[in-house]
Design a protein around this ligand. Structure first.
Ligand code: COA
Length: 260
């Protein structure tokens, strides 16, 4: 039997999804793209899940890219479909209504960096390397890399990574704003899960509001973005968690959020 391309486990309200093709450095073939899409659909709908951690199996790689041997045989039409398949899955990750943290435990190259960039927060081991090396294969990024890197880190960094194709180390990725934190490899799991636990204990509807405002705001003008934020701000006053959070502050106690 073919092993599942993913490992999925829950601890409390934190779900960890691990791409499980360590012998291929967790490269994304079509089966893995579809399994990830289904896993994020499921995590989005599961009310017990309040935060997702995404990582790669084994000590070497988060995800070393789209599967090069699978792409090698594709026709132009199949190439476009492969790109759309990856883009749709990654858009699903980006539009998750709960926070997703990429725990970058090694190489995040090509589709691996594209996948990490869809996550809402990125924590990298100090040993990790990230890049968009597609030009070295005569390719270009096809899962949103040129677009998301541009929005995340700007034109200079995007052209540097995508034109030169050379991976950069975690500290340079931090400097460019591509990752949020860099931690010693031995501490990666603990630091990431501590952050995930904090998010899982936070007010889910407030987190969702932030994610939606940032997603919408990243794709529209300031006037529409501000208007959308005001509407979301008004809506949050209908939640029990808003009453609980503000009351707990006044009463000098810790709030208990229920997601209602
Ligand atoms: N697609 C398919 N298979 C991949 C892969 C990818 N993106 N990246 C790694 N692999 C496979 C290798 O073919 C090898 O398989 P094999 O043992 O059956 O031959 C296995 O994973 C281990 O990789 P290997 O190259 O032997 O490891 P390494 O430590 O010498 O090098 C990398 C690591 C990341 C530098 C190297 O694997 C690499 O350059 N990968 C491709 C990165 C890339 O271009 N990604 C963008 C794709 S569009």
């Amino acid at each position: 039997m073919t092993p599942s391309p993913l490992l999925i486990s829950d601890r409390g309200a934190v779900r960890t999804i691990t791409v499980n093709r360590a012998d291929k450095l967790n490269a994304l073939n079509a089966t893995t793209l579809d399994a990830l899409h289904a896993a994020f659909d499921d995590a989005a709908l599961d009310a017990n899940v309040r935060c997702v951690v995404l990582t790669g199996a084994g000590p070497k790689a988060f995800v070393a890219g789209a599967d090069i041997s699978e792409m090698n045989a594709l026709t132009p039409v199949q190439g476009r479909d492969f790109s759309l398949r990856g883009q749709r899955m990654m858009r699903r990750v980006e539009k998750m209504p709960k926070p997703v943290i990429a725990m970058i435990n090694g190489f995040a190259l090509g589709g691996g960096l594209e996948l990490a960039m869809c996550c809402h927060l990125r924590i990298a081991a100090d040993t990790a390397k990230v890049g968009q090396p597609e030009v070295n294969l005569g390719l270009i990024p096809g899962f949103g890399g040129t677009q998301r890197l541009l929005r995340l880190a700007g034109r200079a960094a995007t052209l540097e990574l995508c034109l030169l194709g050379a991976p950069i180390d975690a500290s340079r990725a931090l400097q460019l704003g591509i990752v949020n934190r860099v931690v010693p490899a031995a501490e990666l799991d603990a630091v990431t899960h501590a952050m995930a636990d904090q998010l899982a204990a936070s007010a889910p509807l407030a987190l969702r509001g932030v994610l939606e405002c940032v997603n919408v705001g990243g794709e529209c003008g300031i006037e529409e973005g501000l208007e959308y934020e005001s509407a979301q701000f008004g809506l949050i006053f209908s939640t029990n968690d808003m009453r609980e959070g503000t009351t707990a502050f006044v009463e000098r106690r810790k709030p208990v959020f229920t997601g209602t």
